[in-house]
Write a protein that binds this ligand. Sequence first.
Ligand SMILES: N[C@@H](CCC(=O)N[C@@H](CS)C(=O)NCC(=O)O)C(=O)O
Length: 208
Amino acid sequence: MILIGQYDSPFVRRVGIALTLYDLPFEHWPWSTFGDADRLQAYSPLLRVPVLVADDGDILLDSHGIIDHVDGLVTSGSTMLPTDEPARRRAMKSVSLATGISDKAVSLFYENVLHDHPSTQWIERCKRQIGAALATLELEGSRRATAFWSGERIGHADIAIGAMLDHLIAAHPKLFDLEQYPALREHADLLRAMPVFQSIYQPFIPPA
Ligand SMILES: N[C@@H](CCC(=O)N[C@@H](CS)C(=O)NCC(=O)O)C(=O)O
């Protein structure tokens, strides 16, 4: 398998971390969506990452689709999503909140750097959406009684939240302060201490 995209993308990083934790071998092509756009488009018509090239050459797009495929490659007992309800749908909701924040963080970043006249209305909307979703995750985290989001071992929700927080703080250091979200800050610290979060990592590089 080949994973295309840089690890400063929270979406690419969550896939890289999942593949690593699953012990699934993969090659990593750290292509930039801007700098490598020409060669990327052959794999990703939307010019987005992550892209996963399967061993048979099939191409998977979007971190959700890729993670779903990757979960199918491991034995059901070892997938990083609970199998029983309501734990499964709760974990999926947390993943959606985290990746939704990342969507908005990316959008907010592009609004500021790619537009001569960024829209105040759009910026305020993104900030409001990110703030409300962070508060929702903070509440979930503060009520949690387990070491990880969905139990005693790491799962996709933890990975999505950890990747989201690192990206959010790196891309918008002046806008979001983790001190306001103690449960999330504590969880980010726990995850950052894990070797996989340190090896599957790249400092944030703005598009050029
Ligand atoms: N929903 C997608 C989002 C992927 C995404 O937005 N990736 C960003 C990198 S962080 C990207 O490719 N941006 C380039 C663009 O949208 O033109 C996923 O979960 O993979």
